[in-house]
Ligand binder design. Sequence first.
Ligand SMILES: O=C(O)CC[C@@H](O)C(=O)O
Ligand SMILES: [Zn+2]
Length: 519
Amino acid sequence: MAVFQRFQRLQTLHVAPRRLKPQTCNVTVHRTVTERIQQRHAHDVVPTRRPFSRVTSDDLSFFNDLLPGRTITDPDMLESCNVDWLKTVKGSSEVLLRPKTTEEVSQILRYCNKRNLAVSPQGGNTGLVGGSVPVFDEIILSTALMNRVLTFDSILVIFTGILTCQAGCVLESLSQYVEERDFIMPLDLGAKGSCHIGGNVSTNAGGLRLLRYGSLRGTVLGLEVVLADGRVLDCLAKLRKDNTGYDMKQLFIGSEGTLGVVTAVSILCPRKPKSVNVAFLGCSSFQNLLETFQICRGMLGEILSAFEFLDASCMSLVEKHLKLTNPIAESPYYIVIETAGSNAAHDEEKLHDFLEKVTASSLVADGTVATEEAKIKALWSIRERITEALRHDGYTYKYDVSLPLEKIYDLVTDMREHLGNQAKNVVGYGHVGDGNLHLNVTSPSKDEALLAAIEPYVYEWTWKWRGSISAEHGLGLKKRNYIYYSKSQEAVRLMRDFKAMLDPKGILNPYKTLPDDVR
Ligand SMILES: O=C(O)CC[C@@H](O)C(=O)O
Ligand SMILES: [Zn+2]
């Protein structure tokens, strides 16, 4: 493998890409969507507080009796729970509840529903769309103390890999727990040190391993959910297959705490791979990067576990703000490829052949490969810590879109041109393997004119190419009024009906996910 620690440019391979047609512009439909959004000036809409009750001293007595020492009203302690990680959405809740059991969550919600008190469920508060913090004075219901592993299944002495745990377990702790037993979590994200598994499920978090292990819609086997009126829905099955009627858990995966509070999760963990390699490569064009991906899928096949990218602007930001070092020669685009398999010699041979092919054809200009854990971590941190670097760069406008692969970077290029010098930085990175681009725009401070130049332009663009305006972060508070760019009116109406059925008073995570005016 030493020969691939660094490799050189050879010649360029030209493969004509298959062009994709934009959405046949049904002008009427398009205009309807656009007008609906523009009329509302969606990015400016600050919701009006709905007529929920205000917390009284009687309510506090009830909560104190139920959760002695875990009913928090100290403003200093409430401060960090009222504001999101990006520090762009700030609520003014005066009560933080920290239950330890499902029964306590059930009693809290039964009481809040009766009293018409709004509730903002909160996990690790790492969300990026303002979905995990109160907007007004909603009671914060934190899962932080619901952090017990319940079971890790085994048949005699052999583990099956089915983990059942409470919703407040931190993803990284779960990873450690299952790794000690020779398994891994099927998902991995930059926020793993703080995010909770319940929050991951509620937002249907994607992350860096989705390419290999699929989404939580497949790996979550069962859920326990407390409904708005306090009923406990036990769908905590541990079965690989179960076709008995509607798959209820799917309703709660990705519904951002608006339909129920996830209190426990059963999840299928893959075996820990015996051999892991990470290659960090540089490409001179995005077209070369896409061709590298095509070849990679073909040649690495079943051992490919991640294919991520970042552009040169991301690299500059992690160098500048986090003092990370670029391990290879400067390039316009960088790729992080991970392989995970069961036979080191076999995996290395495959990787070797692949790298030889892409360097010989000059698709890849430079690169480095890591097999030891510390170096693997260092390479991954360049990709994983971009979000953190962007936060240092200024106020960040974040877009998380699914697009046809061949259009994925054109949005960044167009946006740069469209914004000119209005923006400080316009960067692109993300999950090439999943067709998911993270477009981020920074400015020295919050800038309404800049926001108006980005939105709805970015959503129009995504709609035109039949993309999704939220590939993995959800709609939360910030994007809910743009839902029509990705969902039909009928679909949104049905969502409203589900919400009305499960939470008739609308106490669960109000002002999130669904638009203000469902027509
Ligand atoms: O900060 C972002 O926009 C993306 C965060 C996360 O989804 C990632 O893939 O790193
Ligand atoms: Zn992502």
